[in-house]
Write a protein that binds this ligand. Structure first.
Ligand code: ZN
Length: 649
């Protein structure tokens, strides 16, 4: 049913992997030549895939959560084997022809075959030899250029420093940031700020000297001018790639694998949100301007003042910080609270179980539905040195029906880096951490609740990239709801419930300057998407973002700003023509939330439907279609506006 977690011998791992891949290579060759039915081809390939995941995931997981020299070596030796294997599949003409010839017996099989053929086509399977070679060269060049973009950015980031000598200029900066910035030079204490994110943010948010804020801001926003050329080259090659594959531009190529259907749909969607947020954003900026005027007599609030005065305004308005909420979010009771919520919403049970794990602090639960085990989940939530930073969900086993007709069950890991328990006190979470836990759990149940028999469209497999955050953001929303929080937010010492006003502050503070934040994200998304609709070169790139800012920027940035030179998400991070995805998924999550919540009470019927129509269905259909089948409508942008508390005139 479930396999046990163990990696027996790291040293031998790559050799064993090689043997497995060799065996699978032969099996795939055999399928490509001899299979005649869906079962003999696709179902068999799925089994091979699952076999590989089951074998390899424990190592990649271990390398992330209990990193050691041995795990690194085993991992690094495994990667080239895997990448050789995956290009063997992607470029396997014979296998592609075989899959095209296979007949589907039902709608699910039809969907699987469509997606398979689509992915082969998008990687160039239909091209002639000459164009295949061209595409290969372009892909190689694109990855080199992305690297170069990051490298230029990194170098420029590291080249700059701002040394502050006057203690007055660092007044009000939090102690821990100051400690990080502190240096000793010529027997004097000075403070060094850089363009590294935490340092830059610290000064822009708390640095009292306006000129120094501007100096840092200017340095940051004029970084890496040599990236202009890299951008031109990247845009040219992306356009070429799209054209070779038969698309009119890169945006339309990218949409082939997304939930959004057309370029117009994406642009309209983003502009709708811009229009809905603008009036309130103007008010938020006006409030901030008045505040800065009152406080420091600032007449011309500039972009480098925004974080600074916003922080002060936020403090004045809400006067609360995480030290007040932390004692109410003890890790174990928070986890228990979340599991209770999920049990109730979705009619499942969590039963703690004893099985080997990689660390003593890991908790494992079997998930039961109507008394029957359906899935397994591992929680590894406390930070430790050997764990990579951040939080994530990692799927291990997948739910599907194998070639013997046997249902296989899914399993997954939820990993975070929350403050570990000490001798004096248990692990206490920031509210942000609670949100993170709910978020990752949302991903996990999307994978674990699957009832799909076809592996490649089961759970999170095959889910389009612009909707994959829907179930995670959906659950995350609950972590702000009073009705949810009050169930488990008890003081870990006094056992008192969290005061009502604190519960309210958590929610109010979330929506502080929501419209400003929204417009900023939309500016990035519009810029990214339009940039991939036709070929922009040189100065045209900067002109495009300036044109968009006429719609989105309430405070105009100075003309020296070259945001694009540092937009690594799209030029180095694989988000090209995809930045809109954040908001796209968020609208689903907000709309679904209001469907499941009646005046802050759950609608249990709706929650059940959400499970049946969304979570259990994986990627059996496009998310928009699943959603429409559930509620008979598209998710409404106005739900997101409402969730952000944006007043819409
Ligand atoms: Zn996520």
């Amino acid at each position: 049913m479930f396999i046990e977690f163990k990696v027996q011998n790291l040293k031998d791992f790559p050799k064993k992997l090689d043997t497995l891949l060799q065996k699978q290579t032969n099996q795939i060759k055999d399928i490509a030549q001899n299979a005649t039915t869906y079962k003999e081809s696709i179902n068999k390939l799925d089994e091979l895939n699952e076999e590989l995941e089951r074998f390899f995931t424990p190592l990649s997981h271990l390398n992330s959560v209990l990193n050691s020299k041995e795990s690194q070596e085993a991992y690094e030796a495994s990667i080239p084997l895997l990448s050789k294997f995956s290009s063997f599949i992607a470029q396997n003409k014979e296998l592609y022809e075989k899959i095209k010839s296979i007949e589907a017996k039902n709608d699910l099989q039809k969907r699987v075959l469509e997606l398979e053929v689509r992915d082969f086509m998008l990687s160039g399977a239909e091209l002639n030899q000459e164009n295949k070679k061209k595409l290969e060269d372009i892909n190689l060049k694109l990855s080199e250029l992305s690297n170069q973009f990051s490298q230029n950015l990194l170098n420029a980031t590291n080249e700059y420093e701002l040394i502050i000598e006057n203690p007055k200029d660092v007044e009000g900066i939090p102690f821990s940031d100051l400690e990080t910035a502190k240096i000793e030079e010529d027997g004097k204490t000075k403070w060094r700020f850089t363009l590294q994110m935490p340092s830059y943010i610290a000064y822009l948010t708390y640095g009292p000297n306006r000129e120094l804020r501007e100096a840092l801001y200017k340095a940051y926003n004029t970084r890496a001018p040599q990236n202009q050329e890299v951008i031109d080259e990247l845009l040219k090659l992306k356009m070429q790639k799209a054209k070779i594959l038969g698309f009119k531009n890169y945006a339309s190529y990218a949409l082939q694998t997304r939930d959004a259907n057309s370029e117009e749909e994406v642009i309209e969607f983003l502009e709708e949100l811009v229009n809905a947020s603008k009036a309130q954003a103007k008010k938020e900026v006006q409030e901030l301007k008045e505040f800065a005027k009152k406080l420091d007599n600032i007449e011309d609030l500039a972009p480098f003042d925004v974080a600074y005065y916003s922080e002060k305004l936020k403090k004045e308005k809400f006067n609360f910080d995480e030290t007040q909420t932390k004692p109410y979010f003890e890790l174990n009771s928070t986890l228990e609270g979340m599991l209770n919520l999920i049990s109730r919403l979705f009619n499942v049970e969590f039963k703690e179980t004893n099985t080997p794990t990689w660390h003593e602090s890991v908790k494992v639960y079997d998930i039961l539905e109507n008394g029957k085990i359906i899935a397994r989940i591992y929680f590894d939530l406390e930070a430790r040195e050997s764990k990579r930073g951040g939080a994530w969900m990692h799927n291990w086993q997948s739910h599907f029906v194998d070639t013997n007709g046997k249902a296989q069950l899914a399993s997954a890991f939820v990993v975070a880096n929350f403050a570990p328990a000490t001798k004096e006190q248990p692990s206490l979470l920031r509210h942000d951490d609670v949100v993170t836990l709910f978020h990752e759990m949302g991903h996990a149940i999307h994978h674990l609740f699957s009832k799909v028999p076809e592996r490649s469209i089961s759970g999170i497999e095959g889910v389009a990239w612009d909707v994959v955050e829907f179930p995670s953001q959906f659950l995350e929303n609950f972590a702000y709801e009073e009705a949810i929080l009050k169930e488990f937010a008890y003081h870990y010492q006094t056992k008192e419930a969290m005061p009502k006003e604190l519960l309210k502050k958590i929610k109010d503070a979330k929506n502080f300057q929501a419209a400003i934040g929204m417009l900023r994200q939309l500016e990035f998304a519009l810029f990214d998407f339009k940039l991939h609709q036709k070929l922009y070169q040189g100065q045209e790139v900067n002109s495009l973002i300036n044109k968009i800012r006429e719609q989105t920027a309430i405070i105009k940035p100075p003309s020296y700003v070259r945001f694009e030179h540092g937009f690594a998400h799209i030029f180095a991070g694989g988000y090209a023509a995809g930045y809109y995805s954040y908001k796209w998924a968020e609208v689903f999550s907000a709309d679904a939330l209001f469907e499941c919540l009646d005046n802050s009470n759950f609608n249990l019927q709706r929650a059940k439907e959400y499970k049946e129509n969304i979570l259990e269905k994986g990627s059996t259909k496009e998310m928009s279609i699943l959603y429409k089948e559930w509620l008979g409508k598209r998710p409404q942008t106005k739900s997101l506006i409402k969730l952000y508390g944006i007043e819409n005139e």
